[in-house]
Ligand binder design. Structure first.
Ligand SMILES: Cc1cc2nc3c(=O)[nH]c(=O)nc-3n(C[C@H](O)[C@H](O)[C@H](O)COP(=O)(O)OP(=O)(O)OC[C@H]3O[C@@H](n4cnc5c(N)ncnc54)[C@H](O)[C@@H]3O)c2cc1C
Length: 471
């Protein structure tokens, strides 16, 4: 095989990896999709019980759709909202089984390292002419795949953030692992016995935390002794509710409204702003989680903890690749200022593709959830547009690669820094509400910037969440 005949390696057969393969196939390229799990979409399967917040119309990639349509696929209703399980069963599995796709998948193969053939990270001479080498581990042992380009779409699901407020595991967090789950455990299904009638602390203020709380509240209805304590870093619990009715994805807005009602009814005990520092098996009644609330020490006693503090990218297997990453988000290329949650939060992002996602290493891209690094609010529609552009770029179609188009539903809460405020010495490239810096100022007063909700549930949010163990 000459270098130009080598395949494009796609790491991960999640929704974005499979979409990348579909775009490459459509352009006559040869992808090889390397997936760690024994089945496609291994990470989505882990949250198959969770209902998504975006309806089908936003969840299906255009090239994947064209391949499926040719095979007589029956598409789900565009406005219906799938669970993670539906996404796999109705879309990703049929896509993976297509004769055009199946031969390109290598399942049960984890990418352990990526490099350039014969070149470590330091060596420049002739580097760009060398193929990539992917070290792959599977049941049959170690193997090497050579590729002319790499699209890393391995997501972030396998790298949850720890509970500690400083981004590190709380002291004792690893030791308490038997009582800690990360993400959104199946509280009403397979993990019901673990939480029924127990005191459960949910840590985190994003959509995963809201989902976990709603499921625990449903469990509490059936098992009233279940106690739910919610600890967030946010100054005010109201900030976690999001845009509610103003959210352009109603199912996403409804998460906040449901949790608001649960807090206001006293079903949930809220401790905020809580900065977790230590987790200890303090006494016979379970775990003692201690930290700081407004400068005072506080200890919460619970049986179980659900840590829903977001995710971060696994960069360990990219150690030999010359990455261009945002210094604090660890997002790809020049994406950082477009998605920085310190700057804006309305859930939209300016259309972007191969150019914005480029690294110092030519022909290497990170796409999908992982391209956002630690930033929240990634949507599948963003990933689909990313890989459409990357596939065009790798096929030499610069015009199609540069023509990026994306219309995303906004969260209904748009907080953006005033125009002129700089980010790490660089001008803010775009407000979250619109494509251009100048327009952002105008759009801040538009529908995407919903007024803040009135202060509510102050009493509930101030409620103490003590347990059987004295602080
Ligand atoms: C609970 C939840 C609900 C969400 N709801 C929505 C929603 O409603 N709408 C929306 O637009 N977005 C939603 N998202 C966000 C996002 O769209 C999803 O996380 C989506 O699955 C991201 O797709 P991905 O392909 O980038 O990554 P993933 O789905 O995480 O797929 C990555 C794949 O890579 C594999 N992999 C990982 N490491 C390796 C390795 N080293 N070697 C080989 N393979 C590897 C994994 O096994 C996995 O199959 C949601 C996310 C979560 C967690």
């Amino acid at each position: 095989m000459t270098d130009s005949q080598l395949p494009v390696a796609v790491i991960g057969a999640g929704p974005v990896g499979l979409a990348a393969a579909a775009h490459l196939i459509e352009r006559g390229q040869t992808p090889i999709v390397v997936e760690a799990g024994d089945k496609v979409a291994s990470s989505v399967r882990a949250w198959s019980h969770v209902r998504m917040f975006s309806p089908w119309q936003y969840n299906v990639d255009s090239a994947a759709r064209r391949l499926l349509d040719k095979a007589g696929w029956q598409p789900p209703a565009p406005d219906a909202i799938p669970t993670g399980g539906d996404l796999v069963a109705r879309y990703l599995e049929p896509l993976a089984e297509l004769p055009a796709m199946r031969p390109h998948l290598r399942l049960g193969a984890r990418v352990a390292a990526v490099s350039r053939k014969g070149h470590d990270k330091v060596r420049s001479e002739g580097r760009d002419r060398q193929p990539f080498v992917l070290r792959v581990e599977g049941a049959a042992g170690e193997d090497v795949i050579e590729a002319r380009a790499v699209i890393d779409a391995s997501g972030t699901w396998t790298m949850p953030n720890p509970s500690g407020a400083d981004g590190l595991p709380a002291i004792g967090e690893r030791g308490a692992a038997d009582h800690i789950r990360y993400g959104i455990p199946d509280v009403l299904g397979g993990e019901r016995a673990r939480y029924e009638g127990r005191a459960v602390l949910v840590i985190g203020g994003g959509h995963s935390a809201l989902n976990a709380i709603i499921e625990l509240a449903a469990l509490k209805q059936a098992a009233p002794k279940t106690r739910i304590v919610w600890a967030l870093r946010k100054e005010r619990v109201e900030a976690a509710y999001g845009g509610e009715a103003a959210d352009q994805l109603p199912a996403r807005g409804a998460l906040g409204s449901q949790v608001r009602a649960l807090v206001e009814s006293g079903t949930i005990e809220v401790v905020t702003p809580f900065r977790v520092a230590r987790i200890a098996d303090g006494c016979s009644c379970g775990l003692r989680v201690s930290g700081e609330v407004n400068g005072s020490s506080r200890t919460i006693a619970v049986d179980e903890i659900i840590v829903a503090t977001g995710f971060r990218p696994d960069l360990s297997f990219l150690r030999e690749i010359r990455l261009t990453l945002d210094p604090w988000l660890e997002s790809s290329g020049s994406l950082g200022p477009l998605i920085d949650p310190n700057l804006h939060s309305c859930g939209t992002v300016r259309p972007h593709g191969a150019k914005e996602l480029a690294h110092a290493e030519p022909d290497f891209f990170i796409a999908g959830m992982k391209s956002y690094g630690r930033a929240p609010t990634f949507l599948l529609a963003t990933g689909h547009e990313q890989v459409r552009s990357i596939a065009a770029s790798l096929s030499g179609d610069a015009e199609a690669a540069g023509r990026v188009e994306l219309a995303l539903p906004e969260t209904g809460v748009c907080v953006s820094r005033p125009i002129g405020v700089e980010r790490a010495g660089e001008p803010v490239a775009a407000g979250c509400c619109g494509p251009a810096r100048e327009e952002a100022a105008v759009q801040q007063t538009s529908a995407c910037c919903a007024p803040a909700k009135p202060a509510a549930a102050a009493e509930a949010s101030a409620r103490q969440a003590g347990g059987c163990c004295p602080a």
